[in-house]
Every structure is written in C-alpha cells, then in structure tokens.
Design a protein. Structure first.
Length: 207
C-alpha cells in the first residue's frame, strides 16, 4: 500500500495535471472561437453567395458581417488588402450593399468625419497622408499572402481616383454623396483615418 506521503504526491500530481488539462482545454476553446483573417477568408471562399436566396442568403451575409466586426483591426485590414470581398460585393443587391456597409464600418465614423472637417486644411492633409502611408505599409505586409502578389507590388489601399476625390471634395461631402459601393471601397481608408484621429498623434502635433 502507498504510504501517506506517496498518496499525497500522487494526488498532487493528478491535481496539477488536471489544472493543466483544464487550462489547455480553455485555451483551445477560446483559440477556436477567435476570428482571424484566415478564417474569414475560408468562410468567404466556401460559401457560394451568388447562388443563395432568401433566408439562407440573409444568414450568410449576417455571418460575414459578424465575422468582419469580430476581427482585430490589423486582421481586418489584412483581409481587406487581399480584396476577397470583391466577389461577394459584386453579387449583392443595392439594399444588401447599404446594409453591409452600415453594419461593418466602425461605430463613430460620422463623428470622426465631423471632427476631421474641423481641422485646419494642413492638418487634414497630414491625417490623410498618414493614413495612406499606414495602409500602404499594411498592404505590403499582407500582399505576400495573396496569390500572385509581391509585397512591393501590392495594389494601393484605395484607388488614386478615390483618394483624389476625397482630397478634392472633402471627407464629409465625399461620404454624404457616395454610394454604398464607393463607401465599401473607401472603408480601409475611412477606418485608418479614424484610427489616426483617435491615436493622439494629431493632438500632440497641434501642441
């Protein structure tokens, strides 16, 4: 028979192993629930969105919106940089596009636009320059994960025409006059502008 000390050691070892197993199971569970750009990519590529109708189509669209909103900022921008949404978006109705853009643009985007318009012209220019530079760097990092892309040849985060339109019209006029399609194309820049505005860098520059 085990001595008292031996039994204690066995129970202690079992207790430690049990704690480790519970911790590992918890980590595995939360890791499986964590949304990543790769998981969203797999979902987009696995669902024949254009063939869906009715409730199934609405559910697929809602699931995609939820997945995008659950992505951390860097993962969301990486997903957008790979332009994997283009196929789905091209097959959406105008109403679906409006719903999708409203659901996936970050909260507070209109407040950001109003705050942006209050800045002096040189500061607005600087914020856009910073946002474009950040997006280009993110695109260059993401491009090697895209088929046939090279980091230095990554497509621009927004088209030069769209960037020129934002700079010429002003952000508020651009947003109010743009279609859902155009807003979706500008979404990476809009979100990065909001991040730059909220980062505190601008306030430090104004001091």
């Amino acid at each position: 028979m085990f001595s008292h000390r031996a039994r204690f050691l066995v129970w202690a070892a079992a207790f430690i192993v049990g704690i480790w197993l519970v911790a590992w199971a918890g980590f595995a569970y939360f890791e499986s629930r964590r949304v990543t750009a790769d998981k969203v990519r797999a979902f987009v590529e696995s669902v024949p969105f254009g063939q869906l109708t009715g409730a199934a189509r609405a559910r697929a669209l809602k699931e995609l919106e939820d997945k995008l909103n659950a992505l951390p900022y860097d993962e969301r921008q990486r997903f957008r940089a790979e332009h994997l949404m283009n196929g789905w978006f091209a097959q959406m109705t105008d109403a679906e596009k409006e719903e999708f853009v409203a659901a996936t643009l970050p909260t507070g985007i209109k407040q950001m636009i109003n705050a942006f318009e209050q800045l002096p012209e040189d500061k607005r220019r600087k914020v856009i320059d910073d946002a474009i530079r950040n997006l280009r760097a993110a695109n260059n990092r993401a491009a090697p994960n895209s088929a046939g892309s090279a980091g230095t040849n990554a497509p621009p985060p927004v088209s030069p025409e769209l960037e020129a339109k934002i700079r010429t019209l002003g952000l508020k006029t651009f947003y109010s006059q743009s279609s859902a399609q155009t807003k979706a194309e500008a979404a990476p820049l809009l979100e990065e502008l909001q991040r730059v505005m909220e980062s505190g860098r601008l306030q430090r520059q104004q001091q």
